[in-house]
Design a protein around this ligand. Structure first.
Ligand code: GLN
Length: 409
């Protein structure tokens, strides 16, 4: 079936093979019922950056579903399919999961083969899973994980049987998470986060305490550096990755008299504004005169971030934070303000820079803000410790009383 990555430049593109993740789902009997909408090449947070359509949020169709994998999140939220795949370079599975009230799982970098995934920023890209329960997302992860000789960065860490961690709720003891050390990242509750989100996440932390966890605030002083470092690194890598769409190797070709205008016209016509801006920013950051000031510095910041997460995860079993600073906002609200849109990625980008796994699951509804919108809790684990995230997430979900995360018809 056609595969466009949300871009006009791939309007009629039909891939000649399946991605490894898709192949594995099919091999186990899974049925692919369709392709979903996304921001062009994964660049965006709302699906408004798609060259084709804007996806609505099933909880309120005047609102965005999040992005970039907003179509995949909305499809599961509206119960159009059991599970779906998305890609998460800086939060594109977790933020839409939060906005649509479903579970979103970003695996450890390398856990899932990227073979066949359209590249955005290769050192950050991961294929992730959506489900309406933690168990569903975990089952999907089990299906797509594992080494693949077609992706040199795929890990040979064996994929455990993730399904072993989903006992029925009546099998839990009184304190099923006794002794689990949980660190609540202080910087994620700072100003800039909606009050309704903060209070819902704090209630989720109390719920973890009731289950036997010890919850303490931890500080990650480098947290706010994640956003600028991410946007420099992601744009730089994308400027290189997207050079293949030139109307010759990939992408629809403009009619032209000579080679330069063939490249130029194909790209001018095929790429949307956000993608062009990122290519320009990335090319600038990688240019000889600015490389040290931007790209190299951002790589150094990435190392600092990675180390600070490692230290926090040596002291804690998992870290928690909101999945996004707000619940789903209105379509059009941030469309013309890229910086405001980028700021919404503050909760998720650090996890990609550190290569860690994270699970987002609905934990309540926003209070004091727009009524009835779900709020996502993010749980971050040590590299290749998805098992712990799924176990804790399942117990949290099955014991959370009084909420049903099914959008109104
Ligand atoms: N919103 C972020 C961006 O635009 C994250 C996207 C993603 O994870 N694909 O880069």
């Amino acid at each position: 079936m056609p595969s466009t990555g949300g871009s006009r430049i791939l309007e009629n593109y039909r891939p000649p093979f399946d991605a490894t993740a898709v192949k594995r789902v099919k091999a186990l009997g899974g049925i692919v019922v369709g392709k979903t909408n996304l921001d062009e090449f994964g660049m965006g947070s709302t699906t408004e950056g798609s060259a084709y359509k804007v996806t609505s949020n099933p909880w309120d169709i005047s609102r965005v579903p999040g992005g970039s994998s907003g179509g995949s999140a909305a499809a599961v939220s509206a119960r159009q399919c059991a599970v779906s795949l998305g890609s998460d370079t800086g939060g594109s599975v977790r933020q839409p999961a939060s906005f649509c009230g479903v579970v979103g799982l970003k695996p450890t970098y390398g856990r899932v083969s990227r073979y066949g995934l359209m590249a955005y920023a290769s050192s950050l890209d991961v294929i992730g899973c959506f489900g309406s329960s933690v168990a569903d997302a975990g089952i999907l992860l089990g299906a797509i994980s594992g080494h693949d000789r077609l992706d040199a960065t795929s890990s040979d860490t064996g994929a455990p049987d993730f399904t072993a961690h989903f006992p029925p709720a009546d099998a839990f003891g009184a304190k099923p998470l006794q002794g689990l050390r949980v660190g609540l990242i202080r910087e994620t509750l700072d100003s800039g986060v909606d009050h309704g989100v903060t209070s819902t996440v704090q209630r989720a932390a109390s719920h973890l305490e009731e289950l036997g966890c010890t919850v303490k605030e931890v500080s990650l002083p480098s947290f706010s550096l994640g956003l600028p470092a991410y946007y420099i690194l992601a744009s730089s890598e994308s400027s290189s990755n997207l050079s293949r769409y030139d109307g010759v190797r990939y992408g629809s070709q403009a009619a032209a008299e000579e080679l330069n205008s063939l490249y130029g016209d194909s790209r001018a016509r095929g790429f949307g504004a956000e993608v062009k801006m990122r290519i320009l920013m990335g090319t600038y950051a990688l240019s000889a005169g600015y490389y040290d000031a931007y790209y190299k510095r951002a790589q150094q910041v990435r190392t600092v971030i990675r180390k600070s997460f490692k230290a926090a995860l040596d002291e804690n079993d998992i870290l928690i934070s909101p999945a996004a600073p707000s619940a789903a906002y209105k379509i059009g609200e941030k469309k013309n303000d890229p910086l405001a849109m980028y700021a919404g990625d503050i909760m998720t980008v650090n996890v990609n820079l550190a290569g860690l796994p994270a699970l987002v699951l609905p934990c309540g509804f926003v209070e004091g803000g727009p009524a009835g919108l779900p709020v996502g809790l993010q749980m971050i684990g040590a590299a290749f410790d998805e098992e712990k995230l799924l176990k804790v997430g399942h117990i949290f979900e099955q014991t959370l009383q009084g909420h049903r995360f099914v959008p109104p018809l």
